[in-house]
Design a protein around this ligand. Structure first.
Ligand SMILES: O=C(O)CCC(=O)C(=O)O
Length: 279
């Protein structure tokens, strides 16, 4: 996994703080995306609801650890997540989804539904606040108009104006359509207003979400299955606190969540992150 966005992490962070999102180009390899699509097809075949197909699969790290764990523990993306949230990054859910194609008539002038994400709130001021959660969204196809691109309202994570509900399922005058190719990763603040767009491509629209939150919150995925238990065991043996935190085990939490808060958060976080790297 690599990235080729042409700007450094500090510039990505500045964009994220200002706009509520930033895009990393070319993170997922085509091999990863092909394997994930095959896994998706297998899971659809294995679903046991008679006459129905499932299109939405959480717990992907448990279902396909060899494929998914390297993606969700990508050190470059985790460095960035820690710059945003501090060294308190846990998985909330890792989700692989396919959106079936809608008819063009049904989808005309419609968006999937504007919203902020899990653990958000309507911003109370225009100050930047550390998010309680972030989403790292990627798609396995270039997001053309037909595939239904992500739309975002830049700066809405810092805009306390109430959302005009008449736009909930319509394009918004302040929206930007995220221009992304297969394998790019869009990192979003949970306060960012965004929506998908219906898929009218005639093919499945693949969506992969790495959703992280702070280690003291609940998580949606289940971390007690056999595969994640093994990953936890290996991380314990390697004294790998970053991986342990991904699965909700934060052995520094007691001390770090009660640090006294006399020094700028980002300065302290950097110190903790550097200390961990030296070990
Ligand atoms: O389908 C999409 O492109 C966006 C999905 C979304 O809004 C979300 O994950 O919160």
């Amino acid at each position: 996994m690599s990235t080729d966005s042409g700007i450094d992490l500090q510039q990505h962070l500045a964009q994220f703080k200002q706009d509520g999102y930033t895009i990393f180009k070319g993170v997922l390899t085509s091999d990863f995306m092909e394997q994930a699509k095959r896994k998706f097809a297998d899971m659809q075949r294995e679903v046991i609801i008679p006459g129905k197909r499932d299109w939405w699969f959480g717990n992907m790290c448990e279902y396909a650890p060899k494929l998914i764990f390297p993606a969700v523990s990508n050190p470059f993306l985790l460095d960035f997540a820690e710059m945003i949230m501090g060294p308190f990054v846990q998985i909330d859910n890792i989700t692989l989804s396919g959106f079936p194609s809608d008819s063009k008539e049904e989808a005309k002038h419609r968006v999937s539904g504007w919203h902020r994400d899990r653990y958000a709130q309507v911003p109370r001021s225009d100050a930047y606040e550390r998010p309680l959660s972030i989403n790292m969204i990627s798609y396995f196809q270039d997001m053309t108009t037909e595939y239904g691109p992500l739309r975002v309202i830049p700066g809405s994570h810092r805009n306390r104006t109430a959302f005009d509900m008449s736009y909930k399922f319509s394009p918004h005058p302040d929206e930007v359509v995220a221009s992304v190719q297969a394998g790019d990763v869009i990192v979003t603040h949970n306060g960012l207003l965004h929506t998908g767009t219906p898929n009218t491509s005639g093919n499945t629209r693949f969506f992969f979400s790495q959703y992280y939150n702070l280690t003291w919150l609940r998580h949606t995925d289940n971390f007690s299955g056999p595969n994640i238990s093994l990953l936890i065991e290996q991380a314990r043996a390697a004294n790998d606190h970053r991986t342990l935190r991904l699965f909700g085990i934060d052995e520094h939490l007691e001390q770090r969540c009660n640090s006294g808060f006399l020094i700028e958060d980002e300065v302290v976080w950097r110190r903790w992150m550097e200390e961990e790297r030296k070990r």
